[in-house]
Design a protein around this ligand. Structure first.
Ligand code: IPD
Ligand code: CA
Length: 291
Protein backbone atom coordinates (compact mmCIF):
# COMPACT_ATOMS: atom_id res chain seq x y z
CA UNK A 1 0.00 0.00 0.00
CA UNK A 2 1.31 3.48 -0.79
CA UNK A 3 1.66 6.22 1.77
CA UNK A 4 -1.43 8.45 1.60
CA UNK A 5 -1.25 12.18 2.28
CA UNK A 6 -3.86 12.56 5.01
CA UNK A 7 -4.71 16.15 5.88
CA UNK A 8 -7.45 16.77 8.47
CA UNK A 9 -9.63 18.11 5.63
CA UNK A 10 -9.28 14.86 3.67
CA UNK A 11 -9.85 12.77 6.81
CA UNK A 12 -13.03 14.72 7.53
CA UNK A 13 -14.27 14.20 3.97
CA UNK A 14 -13.54 10.47 4.13
CA UNK A 15 -15.34 10.25 7.47
CA UNK A 16 -18.44 11.94 6.05
CA UNK A 17 -18.37 9.58 3.06
CA UNK A 18 -18.03 6.55 5.36
CA UNK A 19 -20.85 7.78 7.60
CA UNK A 20 -23.25 8.53 4.76
CA UNK A 21 -22.64 5.20 3.00
CA UNK A 22 -22.96 3.26 6.27
CA UNK A 23 -26.20 5.07 6.99
CA UNK A 24 -27.68 4.49 3.52
CA UNK A 25 -26.70 0.81 3.41
CA UNK A 26 -28.04 0.36 6.95
CA UNK A 27 -31.39 1.90 6.03
CA UNK A 28 -31.72 -0.62 3.18
CA UNK A 29 -30.75 -3.51 5.44
CA UNK A 30 -33.34 -2.32 7.98
CA UNK A 31 -36.05 -2.18 5.30
CA UNK A 32 -35.06 -5.75 4.30
CA UNK A 33 -35.30 -6.98 7.88
CA UNK A 34 -38.67 -5.27 8.38
CA UNK A 35 -40.04 -6.96 5.24
CA UNK A 36 -39.82 -10.27 7.14
CA UNK A 37 -42.22 -10.96 10.01
CA UNK A 38 -40.78 -10.88 13.55
CA UNK A 39 -39.94 -14.40 14.65
CA UNK A 40 -39.03 -15.49 11.13
CA UNK A 41 -35.39 -15.79 10.19
CA UNK A 42 -33.99 -14.08 7.13
CA UNK A 43 -33.12 -16.68 4.45
CA UNK A 44 -29.38 -17.27 4.44
CA UNK A 45 -26.41 -19.23 3.17
CA UNK A 46 -23.49 -20.20 5.40
CA UNK A 47 -19.77 -19.38 5.25
CA UNK A 48 -16.95 -20.58 7.57
CA UNK A 49 -19.24 -22.94 9.50
CA UNK A 50 -22.92 -23.93 9.73
CA UNK A 51 -23.45 -21.14 12.28
CA UNK A 52 -21.84 -18.39 10.16
CA UNK A 53 -24.65 -16.87 8.07
CA UNK A 54 -24.77 -14.51 5.09
CA UNK A 55 -28.02 -13.07 3.73
CA UNK A 56 -28.97 -11.37 0.48
CA UNK A 57 -29.09 -8.15 2.52
CA UNK A 58 -25.41 -8.46 3.56
CA UNK A 59 -24.50 -8.75 -0.12
CA UNK A 60 -26.78 -5.88 -1.17
CA UNK A 61 -25.40 -3.61 1.56
CA UNK A 62 -21.83 -4.35 0.50
CA UNK A 63 -22.72 -3.68 -3.16
CA UNK A 64 -24.27 -0.36 -2.25
CA UNK A 65 -21.22 0.75 -0.26
CA UNK A 66 -18.76 -0.43 -2.91
CA UNK A 67 -20.71 1.38 -5.66
CA UNK A 68 -20.71 4.56 -3.57
CA UNK A 69 -16.98 4.29 -2.89
CA UNK A 70 -16.15 3.68 -6.54
CA UNK A 71 -18.27 6.67 -7.57
CA UNK A 72 -16.63 9.00 -5.02
CA UNK A 73 -13.09 7.55 -4.78
CA UNK A 74 -12.41 5.45 -7.90
CA UNK A 75 -8.69 4.99 -7.20
CA UNK A 76 -8.91 3.71 -3.61
CA UNK A 77 -8.63 0.03 -2.70
CA UNK A 78 -11.63 -1.79 -1.17
CA UNK A 79 -11.87 -4.94 0.95
CA UNK A 80 -15.30 -6.23 1.95
CA UNK A 81 -16.43 -9.10 4.17
CA UNK A 82 -18.67 -10.49 1.42
CA UNK A 83 -15.91 -10.62 -1.17
CA UNK A 84 -15.30 -7.10 -2.45
CA UNK A 85 -11.63 -6.87 -3.32
CA UNK A 86 -10.44 -4.01 -5.46
CA UNK A 87 -6.87 -2.80 -5.74
CA UNK A 88 -6.12 0.93 -5.62
CA UNK A 89 -3.35 3.43 -6.25
CA UNK A 90 -3.88 6.09 -3.56
CA UNK A 91 -2.66 4.28 -0.42
CA UNK A 92 -6.20 4.45 0.97
CA UNK A 93 -7.88 1.10 1.60
CA UNK A 94 -11.54 0.87 2.61
CA UNK A 95 -12.61 -2.00 4.87
CA UNK A 96 -16.31 -2.74 4.81
CA UNK A 97 -18.43 -4.97 7.03
CA UNK A 98 -21.88 -4.59 5.43
CA UNK A 99 -23.74 -6.18 8.35
CA UNK A 100 -21.71 -6.82 11.48
CA UNK A 101 -23.86 -8.90 13.78
CA UNK A 102 -25.50 -10.98 11.07
CA UNK A 103 -26.79 -13.54 13.58
CA UNK A 104 -28.66 -10.76 15.39
CA UNK A 105 -29.97 -9.56 12.03
CA UNK A 106 -31.16 -13.07 11.19
CA UNK A 107 -33.16 -13.30 14.41
CA UNK A 108 -34.48 -9.72 14.34
CA UNK A 109 -32.35 -8.60 17.29
CA UNK A 110 -31.47 -4.90 17.16
CA UNK A 111 -27.68 -5.10 17.70
CA UNK A 112 -26.22 -5.08 14.22
CA UNK A 113 -24.29 -2.44 12.33
CA UNK A 114 -22.75 -1.33 9.08
CA UNK A 115 -19.04 -0.64 9.50
CA UNK A 116 -16.92 1.36 7.05
CA UNK A 117 -13.26 2.24 7.69
CA UNK A 118 -10.15 3.59 6.01
CA UNK A 119 -6.87 1.80 6.68
CA UNK A 120 -3.46 3.13 5.57
CA UNK A 121 0.08 1.80 5.70
CA UNK A 122 1.99 -1.29 4.73
CA UNK A 123 -0.07 -4.40 5.47
CA UNK A 124 2.93 -6.69 5.15
CA UNK A 125 4.74 -5.12 8.13
CA UNK A 126 3.46 -5.52 11.68
CA UNK A 127 2.65 -2.13 13.18
CA UNK A 128 3.09 -0.29 9.84
CA UNK A 129 -0.60 0.02 9.03
CA UNK A 130 -3.49 1.51 10.97
CA UNK A 131 -7.14 2.47 10.59
CA UNK A 132 -7.56 6.27 10.41
CA UNK A 133 -11.28 6.76 9.68
CA UNK A 134 -14.29 4.87 10.96
CA UNK A 135 -18.07 5.04 10.77
CA UNK A 136 -20.46 2.54 12.36
CA UNK A 137 -24.21 2.87 11.77
CA UNK A 138 -26.81 1.01 13.83
CA UNK A 139 -29.86 1.03 11.52
CA UNK A 140 -32.26 0.01 14.30
CA UNK A 141 -31.47 3.02 16.51
CA UNK A 142 -30.56 5.51 13.78
CA UNK A 143 -27.24 6.12 15.54
CA UNK A 144 -24.04 6.71 13.61
CA UNK A 145 -20.69 6.63 15.43
CA UNK A 146 -17.80 8.25 13.62
CA UNK A 147 -14.20 9.32 14.12
CA UNK A 148 -10.97 10.08 12.33
CA UNK A 149 -7.39 10.10 13.52
CA UNK A 150 -6.87 13.11 15.78
CA UNK A 151 -10.44 14.41 15.41
CA UNK A 152 -12.26 12.91 18.41
CA UNK A 153 -15.11 10.38 18.39
CA UNK A 154 -18.75 11.38 17.93
CA UNK A 155 -22.22 9.90 18.06
CA UNK A 156 -24.80 11.34 15.67
CA UNK A 157 -28.50 10.67 16.12
CA UNK A 158 -31.82 12.50 16.00
CA UNK A 159 -30.82 14.52 19.09
CA UNK A 160 -27.75 15.88 17.24
CA UNK A 161 -24.11 15.08 17.73
CA UNK A 162 -22.13 14.52 20.91
CA UNK A 163 -18.50 13.78 21.65
CA UNK A 164 -17.74 10.38 23.15
CA UNK A 165 -15.44 9.50 26.06
CA UNK A 166 -14.58 6.17 27.63
CA UNK A 167 -15.47 5.51 31.26
CA UNK A 168 -13.26 6.61 34.13
CA UNK A 169 -12.99 3.08 35.57
CA UNK A 170 -9.81 2.75 37.66
CA UNK A 171 -9.86 -0.89 38.72
CA UNK A 172 -9.73 -3.85 36.32
CA UNK A 173 -11.81 -5.89 38.76
CA UNK A 174 -14.65 -3.39 38.22
CA UNK A 175 -14.58 -3.60 34.41
CA UNK A 176 -17.71 -4.46 32.46
CA UNK A 177 -16.08 -6.24 29.53
CA UNK A 178 -17.67 -6.80 26.12
CA UNK A 179 -16.51 -9.82 24.17
CA UNK A 180 -17.59 -12.01 21.29
CA UNK A 181 -17.30 -15.52 19.96
CA UNK A 182 -16.32 -16.76 16.51
CA UNK A 183 -18.01 -19.35 14.33
CA UNK A 184 -15.35 -22.05 14.19
CA UNK A 185 -15.30 -24.78 16.82
CA UNK A 186 -11.58 -24.48 17.60
CA UNK A 187 -11.81 -20.71 17.99
CA UNK A 188 -14.74 -21.15 20.38
CA UNK A 189 -12.84 -23.74 22.42
CA UNK A 190 -10.09 -21.24 23.04
CA UNK A 191 -12.61 -18.49 23.77
CA UNK A 192 -14.31 -20.74 26.34
CA UNK A 193 -10.97 -21.49 28.01
CA UNK A 194 -10.16 -17.78 28.10
CA UNK A 195 -13.48 -16.98 29.75
CA UNK A 196 -12.61 -19.27 32.66
CA UNK A 197 -9.68 -16.91 33.39
CA UNK A 198 -11.38 -13.64 32.55
CA UNK A 199 -14.88 -13.88 34.03
CA UNK A 200 -13.82 -14.24 37.70
CA UNK A 201 -11.41 -11.28 37.30
CA UNK A 202 -13.84 -8.59 36.08
CA UNK A 203 -17.20 -7.12 37.08
CA UNK A 204 -19.04 -9.02 34.33
CA UNK A 205 -19.07 -9.91 30.65
CA UNK A 206 -21.42 -8.68 27.89
CA UNK A 207 -21.86 -10.42 24.52
CA UNK A 208 -23.72 -8.06 22.19
CA UNK A 209 -23.12 -9.85 18.88
CA UNK A 210 -21.38 -7.12 16.87
CA UNK A 211 -17.69 -6.38 17.32
CA UNK A 212 -18.12 -2.99 15.62
CA UNK A 213 -20.82 -1.98 18.11
CA UNK A 214 -18.83 -3.45 21.02
CA UNK A 215 -16.05 -0.98 20.23
CA UNK A 216 -18.58 1.85 19.95
CA UNK A 217 -19.99 0.94 23.35
CA UNK A 218 -16.47 1.27 24.78
CA UNK A 219 -16.34 4.72 23.16
CA UNK A 220 -19.70 5.76 24.58
CA UNK A 221 -19.05 4.31 28.06
CA UNK A 222 -21.85 1.76 27.89
CA UNK A 223 -19.21 -0.86 28.72
CA UNK A 224 -15.72 -0.22 30.06
CA UNK A 225 -13.67 -2.36 27.69
CA UNK A 226 -13.79 -4.94 24.89
CA UNK A 227 -11.58 -7.94 24.16
CA UNK A 228 -11.97 -10.67 21.56
CA UNK A 229 -9.73 -13.15 19.83
CA UNK A 230 -10.55 -14.25 16.28
CA UNK A 231 -11.86 -11.07 14.64
CA UNK A 232 -11.24 -9.85 11.10
CA UNK A 233 -10.10 -6.36 10.24
CA UNK A 234 -13.47 -5.47 8.71
CA UNK A 235 -15.18 -6.27 12.06
CA UNK A 236 -12.99 -3.90 14.06
CA UNK A 237 -11.31 -1.28 11.83
CA UNK A 238 -13.97 1.43 12.18
CA UNK A 239 -14.69 0.75 15.86
CA UNK A 240 -10.95 0.77 16.56
CA UNK A 241 -10.69 4.42 15.45
CA UNK A 242 -13.87 5.35 17.32
CA UNK A 243 -12.80 3.70 20.60
CA UNK A 244 -9.27 5.09 20.26
CA UNK A 245 -10.50 8.63 19.62
CA UNK A 246 -12.78 8.35 22.66
CA UNK A 247 -9.72 7.69 24.83
CA UNK A 248 -9.31 3.92 24.78
CA UNK A 249 -5.95 2.27 24.30
CA UNK A 250 -6.48 -0.19 21.44
CA UNK A 251 -4.10 -3.13 21.05
CA UNK A 252 -4.22 -5.89 18.50
CA UNK A 253 -1.99 -8.90 18.26
CA UNK A 254 -0.87 -11.46 15.73
CA UNK A 255 -2.09 -12.48 12.32
CA UNK A 256 -1.51 -9.51 9.96
CA UNK A 257 -4.10 -7.06 8.66
CA UNK A 258 -6.40 -9.64 7.08
CA UNK A 259 -6.89 -11.48 10.31
CA UNK A 260 -5.58 -9.82 13.46
CA UNK A 261 -6.34 -12.55 15.91
CA UNK A 262 -7.07 -10.44 18.91
CA UNK A 263 -8.05 -6.98 20.07
CA UNK A 264 -8.27 -5.22 23.40
CA UNK A 265 -9.77 -1.74 23.79
CA UNK A 266 -9.71 -0.28 27.28
CA UNK A 267 -9.43 3.02 29.15
CA UNK A 268 -5.77 3.86 29.97
CA UNK A 269 -6.18 3.34 33.72
CA UNK A 270 -7.03 -0.36 33.30
CA UNK A 271 -5.33 -1.15 29.98
CA UNK A 272 -2.13 -2.69 31.43
CA UNK A 273 -4.01 -4.85 33.92
CA UNK A 274 -6.44 -6.06 31.26
CA UNK A 275 -3.61 -6.76 28.85
CA UNK A 276 -1.99 -8.98 31.52
CA UNK A 277 -5.29 -10.79 31.99
CA UNK A 278 -6.00 -11.21 28.29
CA UNK A 279 -2.40 -12.34 27.64
CA UNK A 280 -2.80 -15.03 30.30
CA UNK A 281 -6.19 -16.08 29.00
CA UNK A 282 -5.63 -16.20 25.23
CA UNK A 283 -2.73 -18.18 23.81
CA UNK A 284 -0.21 -15.90 22.14
CA UNK A 285 -2.04 -12.70 23.01
CA UNK A 286 1.16 -10.81 23.70
CA UNK A 287 3.12 -12.06 20.77
CA UNK A 288 3.56 -9.77 17.80
CA UNK A 289 1.55 -6.74 18.99
CA UNK A 290 0.50 -4.59 16.05
CA UNK A 291 -0.44 -1.40 17.78
C1 IPD B 1 -19.13 -11.25 13.99
C2 IPD B 1 -19.58 -10.30 15.08
C3 IPD B 1 -19.41 -10.95 16.43
C4 IPD B 1 -17.99 -11.38 16.69
C5 IPD B 1 -17.50 -12.29 15.57
C6 IPD B 1 -17.68 -11.63 14.22
P1 IPD B 1 -20.45 -10.99 11.65
O1 IPD B 1 -19.23 -10.64 12.71
O2 IPD B 1 -18.83 -9.12 15.05
O3 IPD B 1 -19.77 -10.09 17.50
O4 IPD B 1 -17.94 -12.05 17.92
O5 IPD B 1 -16.11 -12.53 15.80
O6 IPD B 1 -17.28 -12.52 13.19
O7 IPD B 1 -20.23 -12.40 11.22
O8 IPD B 1 -21.72 -10.81 12.36
O9 IPD B 1 -20.23 -9.99 10.55
CA1 CA C 1 -18.41 -8.83 11.06
Amino acid sequence: MLHADLSPTLLRELTELAASLARAAGDEALAGRRSIPTGNHVDHDTKSSATDPVTEFDRAAERRIVDGLIAARPDDAIVGEEGANRPGTTGIEWHVDPIDGTVNYLYGRPEYAVSVAVVVGDPTTAGAWRPVVGAVANPETGQVYHAYDGGGAYLRDEAGERRLTVTSVQDAAMVLLATGFGYEVEVRREQSRALVEILPAVRDIRRGGSAALDLCTVASGVVDAYAERGVHLWDIAAGWVIAGEAGARVLTWSGGPDRPLGILAAPEAVADALLELVARAFTGARRDPLG
